[in-house]
Design a protein around this ligand. Structure first.
Ligand code: SF4
Length: 101
């Protein structure tokens, strides 16, 4: 079965993760959406949980708060490392980021 083209209509739940292997540490994401992204002392960006905890496990995801979707999507588009991945929770299809269609 083929999936339809991803959309973000209807407030569908999204999650975001960062591939630190490609992160340049420029901090653009943390400027766009500091509630979601933060640079650690290693100079790389990580996502944060809803209660502001830095999530440092490889591939760690956090939910994208709907009011911040635009900022998170812009972060993925502007990320010079192409390493911010935003995907639907329901089917794991990437909607913003290097693997988005
Ligand atoms: S914008 Fe991308 S490359 Fe820059 S700090 Fe954030 S994740 Fe890393």
């Amino acid at each position: 079965m083929q999936h339809e083209a991803p959309t973000v209509d209807g407030g569908e739940a999204l999650e975001v993760w960062i591939d630190q292997d490609l992160c340049t540490g420029d901090g653009i994401c943390a400027q766009y959406a500091p509630e979601v992204f933060e640079l650690d002392i290693d100079g790389l960006a990580y996502v944060k949980s809803a209660d502001d905890e830095l999530l440092q496990e490889v591939g760690a995801t956090t939910r994208v708060p709907l009011p911040l979707l635009r900022d998170v999507a812009d972060s993925a588009k502007e990320c010079p490392g192409d390493c911010i991945h935003v995907r639907r929770v329901s089917d794991q299809v990437e909607v913003y980021g290097p693997d988005a269609p």
